[in-house]
Design a binder for this molecule. Sequence first.
Ligand code: HEC
Length: 118
Amino acid sequence: MKKIFFIISLTISAFTIYSCNTSSPEDFFEEIPEGQLVTFNTDVQPILSSSCVECHGGDFPAEGLSLESFEEAVNGVQNRNVLNRIINVDNPMPPSGLLPSQVTDIIFQWVEDGLLEE
Ligand code: HEC
């Protein structure tokens, strides 16, 4: 009988650990290994589509700013304040709160690496 409880509690704790891990945004976006260039298609697009495009996409993007395509994202970084708003504590984007710095770092590294598409 005791063994059953042990197995059940083990299952519950394994599940708890698993769900904690999967709900943390840091885990979705792994740090870029040293020396590897950041590209839009591989690294940046998944961040924008999961955190920004629900508002900054479609036919009527918020503030007329779409971040869906490569060209739109480059324009957003160069002409539309994206780099400011993703680290602006007083005026954050997304409005619900800033993304973890591991994630915003990827966008800054993309700019440093020369706004590569792929
Ligand atoms: C829930 C909807 C929503 C999400 C998600 C969202 N935004 Fe916004 N965004 C808005 C709205 C509404 C505005 C206009 C009001 C304002 O500037 O705060 C805006 C404005 C902006 C602006 C200012 C545009 C300009 O030229 O003045 C930038 C830059 C921006 N968002 C970037 C982002 C980025 C990058 C993300 C994802 C990391 C993001 N937003 C996620 C709704 C959203």
